[in-house]
Design a binder for this molecule. Structure first.
Ligand SMILES: NC(=O)c1ccc[n+]([C@@H]2O[C@H](COP(=O)([O-])OP(=O)(O)OC[C@H]3O[C@@H](n4cnc5c(N)ncnc54)[C@H](OP(=O)(O)O)[C@@H]3O)[C@@H](O)[C@H]2O)c1
Length: 334
């Protein structure tokens, strides 16, 4: 078969902003497969805030994306030819496929085969994908929510945040969300069933607002932003609170800003604070997926998406996400 691939490669590193000119679209021939490889036609790509870190020169938990390589990205696609006995033509997979139309991979790049037709394909990158797995791992495994606990979530309308809010409701918790606009606030209340939502751009002092809304304090805090939102929420912890640091999208990567010292808060509230990396849960991916997809099929979890059309829209979609203008899981339909 003679196929031409289209790829979006990284040409430059951000300095410090993420801009479209960091990327370039190229085409090349697809080479023949060797043993164990298979060719995947990419259908949807996941756009993630972590990409900002992956393209910078300073690696974080993973190596920087090499210049001139296709941008690293999770995706879903269909196997269209294979030299691997375990991955067969016409099967659907989710894994590291990159910003390209076709991806030659081995099983190492694949997270899971997708059970066909059970859920919409794109949901495997949202509430049933990395974001849902992240939400479940951080909330259930690290925050250990109990019935009637108060759970607070930053980026409440986003992909991870909305899954956290919904899973917390399944556990019988009271949910408080923070987001940046009244449009997103309504989505949080109507779609994700948050009990209370704060538009952080409209209140002068998140801490005092929380004292009014949840005088009893916060039991679980799932943080995706860092910065001022984090500092002010930390002033409202309950005794025995569990705090999970999932993301720092509201903080510059460099220089790292200084903030209040939280030693005494943790001491007085006997609180626990812990970092979360979804990659640590990859050996439990399928198990967590089964739980999430059961809730999804029962209508207890909904998946909101913001899909842009065409591979070439990927850089702009990443910028949208980092500007906070996405409404739901940011995807690209290739
Ligand atoms: N630790 C892990 O393994 C892991 C895995 C996946 C994701 N994450 C983290 O989870 C968080 C959410 O990711 P997502 O994929 O679900 O994205 P998302 O929430 O769908 O989209 C990003 C959201 O971040 C908010 N935002 C953007 N710029 C901001 C800024 N300067 N200050 C404050 N908020 C800003 C915006 O929400 P508002 O308009 O509501 O502010 C925006 O919609 C990110 O921090 C990401 O790094 C961590």
């Amino acid at each position: 078969m003679s196929l031409i691939n289209t790829k979006i490669v990284l040409k430059k590193r951000p300095n410090p902003s993420v801009t479209e000119d960091l990327f370039e679209k190229i085409t090349d021939d697809i080479r023949d497969l060797v043993a164990d490889e298979f060719l995947v036609e990419v259908i949807y790509l996941s756009i993630d805030p972590a990409m900002r870190g992956w393209i910078s020169s300073v690696g974080n938990y993973s190596e920087p994306v090499p210049l001139n390589d296709p941008m690293r990205s999770f995706g879903v696609g269909k196997i269209i030819s294979s030299k691997n006995n375990e991955f067969l033509e016409n099967e659907f997979v989710v894994g590291w496929l990159g910003w390209q139309k076709y991806s030659i991979v081995t099983s190492k790049s694949i997270q899971m085969k997708i059970p066909s037709n059970e859920v919409p394909l794109s949901a495997n990158l949202g509430v049933l994908g990395l974001n849902g797995i992240t939400a479940y791992a951080g909330l259930v495994d690290k925050c250990c929510p109990k019935e009637d606990d108060t759970v607070i979530v930053t980026t409440a309308a986003g992909s991870v945040g909305s899954a956290v809010g919904q899973i917390a409701k399944i556990y019988g918790c009271k949910t408080i969300g923070l987001t940046s606009s009244n449009e997103k606030k309504l989505i949080c209340i109507n779609d994700f069933k948050y009990d209370e939502v704060i538009n952080y751009k409209e209140v002068n002092d998140i801490s005092s607002e929380l004292k009014k809304i949840v005088p009893g304090g916060i039991d679980c805090f799932f943080d995706n932003v860092g910065g001022i939102q984090f500092d002010q929420i930390m002033e409202n912890l309950n005794v025995g609170a569990r705090v999970v640091i999932c993301g720092t999208i509201g903080m510059p990567s460099y220089p790292i800003p200084s903030g209040p010292r939280i030693n005494r808060t943790l001491l007085i509230k006997r609180a626990k604070i812990e970092g979360l990396l979804v990659l640590d849960y990859f050996d439990r991916y399928s198990k967590i997926y089964e739980k999430l997809s059961r809730w999804f099929k029962e209508g207890k979890l909904i998946n909101k998406e913001d899909i842009s059309e065409g591979l070439e829209t990927a850089p702009q979609s990443l910028i949208r996400l980092l500007e906070g203008t996405n409404l739901g899981k940011q995807l690209v339909k290739v």
